[in-house]
Design a protein around this ligand. Structure first.
Ligand code: A3P
Length: 292
């Protein structure tokens, strides 16, 4: 079954949301002007995008003593392919922070000179699937699929926004030498947030004091972010989200798939994904209690 055109259209082999972007706009991204100081956070949806956006923003604005404390996350980290506010990105001051879900082959070509930075966050795909399923109920821009089994089949076939998880992750990993890129996993962030923040600071060349690092870590915890109206994404207008059905910050844990997937669904998932997952240069953590 093909996805509903009201919610998805294909552009060069990848699914996008038709209300939020267009073929003309996506065409323009190839020549989108890149500054050396730009930072692009790239993720497959539901992999910890908002979380990492907040961390990047905190690192760059060191606890927000620079006026950015009043801005929501969407103003601080701008979506590359979904410019919903029609912001003139070219007039924004450096350093600019962007977030994107595009596959490696659709990024602006200026990123390939390896000067601007890319941070790619990957999450174990079973938790991504479950998070995506819940999110599709909350987001009015995604088709709501009541039955989890049906949603899983769409996910396994790549008939969801950003297309197939495997293609996205494999594509970015196998082309990593084309970019100035740091890979992080959601699970390592969850297990040791401070180390992940330090890794990011190191990659981005940002020197923060111990106290500033502590402040970033503190403000990026799940509970702090959930309570922070500038960071929890509940500022999105009602035409985008139905918050009576869920939240961007839902559970924020590792291994929630075990509460959702039946044994048979888990086996079905593995029969489609496992072989390619095992070839990826990532050791996934499937449960927060697992030893790494
Ligand atoms: P769950 O639905 O499993 O809770 P994205 O931002 O890419 O859409 O990802 C959303 C997922 O990241 C959600 O997962 C959300 O709860 C989780 N998340 C957001 N902020 C987080 C934080 N500070 N700590 C842990 N997880 C977080």
């Amino acid at each position: 079954m093909q996805p509903d055109e009201k919610y998805l259209f294909t552009y060069k082999g990848c699914y996008f949301q038709p209300d939020l972007t267009s073929v003309e706009y996506l065409d323009s991204l190839e020549d989108f002007e890149i500054r050396d100081s730009d930072v692009f956070l790239v993720t497959y949806p539901k992999s910890g995008t908002v979380w990492t956006e907040n961390i990047l923003s905190l690192i760059y604005h060191e606890g927000h003593r620079d006026g950015s404390e009043k801005l929501t996350l969407l103003d601080r980290v701008m979506s590359l392919e979904y410019n919903i506010g029609n912001v003139d990105y070219a007039s924004r001051p450096s350093p600019r922070l962007f977030a994107s879900h595009v596959p490696y082959y659709l990024v602006p070509k200026g990123l390939r000179n390896r000067r601007a930075k890319v941070v790619y966050v990957v999450r174990n795909p079973k938790d991504v699937l479950v998070s995506y399923y819940h999110f599709s109920k909350t987001s009015l821009k995604l088709e709501e699929v009541e039955d989890f089994g049906i949603f899983m089949e769409r996910f396994l076939a790549g008939k969801v926004l950003a297309s197939l998880w495997l293609d996205h992750v494999e594509g970015w990993y196998s082309h990593r030498d084309d970019f100035n890129i740091l890979f992080l996993t959601y699970e390592e962030m969850k297990k040791d947030l401070r180390s992940s923040v330090l890794k990011l600071c190191n990659f981005l060349g940002r020197r923060l004091t111990e106290k500033e690092v502590d402040a970033v870590v503190d403000q990026a915890t799940f509970n702090k972010m959930k309570a922070d109206p500038r960071a929890n994404y509940e500022f999105m207008p009602p035409e985008f989200m139905d918050y009576s059905k869920g939240h961007f910050l839902r559970k924020g844990t590792v291994g929630d798939w075990k509460n959702m997937m039946t044994v048979a669904q888990n086996e079905r998932f593995d029969s489609v994904f496992k072989e390619r997952i095992e070839k990826l240069p990532i050791k996934f953590c499937w449960d927060i209690n697992e030893e790494s």
